[in-house]
Design a protein around this ligand. Structure first.
Ligand code: NAD
Length: 331
């Protein structure tokens, strides 16, 4: 199987970032790497299924045993009972857990990955966290002679399922190069963003944009509906007009308007939980303050999702449920 590989090089020149992107095609069929995976949820389960299809042996850990059943049934996969066991038995370890505190729990402490990994093992965090968390883990891992990269992903569950994720990676270039083929078993792009933490910066920027775009699309389609226009017809208009977005085309928040696999057409399940987006928006505000960057739209989006997740009905639903929330508002 051939996939696109991208390397991005950014240089700060004449007051601007100059970015060169090099694309090459590379076969991703390397077999028999023992891959540890921690966090087998909406994203992790699909990423593991693609590793499995590409012939990799999987060593899995998730506190919820139900999360692992299907992968075990798929063969060449086994479950262990702690991050320490994953570290001891794997050549590469991915983590895909909800919050920065979960990431720190999995990596640090006597039963964590860093204390138990072999020197040749590479640890890869694909969870969405703040750059400080990524740097903290790198410092601890480096002190033990273990390599670590932050490699969050974009493309959400549809891309995780299709094996077309984009990995945005922070860490030493040689380590990223060593990981490319493995990452391309789950994705179509690998972009090296710079030093450790820069993958997390890129991911938080993307998700701030995604939230603003989702809110804009949901507000627009609710406005159309309340003004007497069918949201499906409005979507068709948006998708051939200047209001078209990734959300309106591929992740429509109105049930029955997008494809049958969109979370909105499935009771807003099996997607990207609103509580996770609220976390990302909060972290984006953190780096916005640290870098002294004005982000009034990002701030509004953050407040929007804070209110949404305070409602139990929505916290564990996909973030496109913001449309249902808006439908319930008056004035
Ligand atoms: P999820 O809630 O569906 O799955 C998380 C899994 O991690 C669960 O199976 C849970 O049991 C497990 N887990 C929780 N705490 C753990 C711990 N301390 N140790 C080990 N396992 C633990 O979440 P998800 O949607 O798969 O997202 C995972 C991460 O990926 C998050 O950081 C999220 O922000 C990010 N992300 C999600 C999407 C998406 O569209 N869902 C896209 C890109 C990035």
């Amino acid at each position: 199987m051939f996939r696109s590989m991208i390397t991005a090089k950014s240089l700060f020149q004449n007051g601007q970032f100059q970015t060169t992107i090099k694309r090459t095609l590379k076969c991703s069929s390397i077999n028999n790497v023992k891959v540890g995976f921690i966090g087998i949820g909406n994203m992790g389960s699909n990423m593991c299924a693609n590793l499995q299809k590409n012939g990799h042996e999987l060593i899995l850990y998730d506190p919820n045993p139900n999360a692992i059943k299907d992968l075990i049934a798929g063969g060449n996969a086994r479950s262990v009972s702690s991050p320490a066991e994953v570290a001891q038995q794997s050549e590469r370890v991915f983590t895909m857990v909800p919050f920065p505190t979960d990431v720190l729990n999995v990596y640090t402490g006597p039963n964590g990955l860093i204390a138990n990994a072999r020197k040749e093992t590479i640890l890869i965090d694909s969870s969405t966290v703040d750059p400080e968390t990524s740097k903290k883990i790198e410092t601890e891992a480096t002190a033990k002679g273990i390599r670590f990269v932050d490699a969050p992903v974009t493309g959400a569950v549809p891309a995780a399922r299709a094996g077309t994720l984009t990995f945005i990676v922070g860490g030493p270039k040689e380590t990223v190069d060593e990981l490319r083929e493995l990452l391309l078993c789950m994705g179509k792009n690998v972009i090296h963003c710079g030093t450790t933490g820069m993958g997390s910066v890129a991911k938080l920027c993307n998700n701030m944009m995604l939230a603003i775009s989702m809110i804009g699309t949901a507000e627009t389609l609710n406005l159309a509906r309340r003004s007497g226009l069918d949201p499906k017809l409005m979507t068709d208009i948006l998708n051939i007009s200047s209001g078209r977005t990734w959300v309106s085309e591929g992740y429509n928040p109105v049930p029955g308007v997008g494809s049958s696999t969109t979370p909105s057409s499935n009771d807003y399940d099996k997607g990207f939980r609103s509580s996770l987006l609220a976390k990302d928006l909060n972290l984006a505000q953190l780096i916005s303050v640290q870098s002294q960057s004005p982000t009034p739209m990002g701030s509004t989006a953050s407040q929007y999702y804070r209110i949404l997740v305070n409602n139990e009905k929505y916290a564990d639903k996909d973030f496109s449920a913001i449309y249902e929330f808006l439908k319930g508002q008056k004035n």
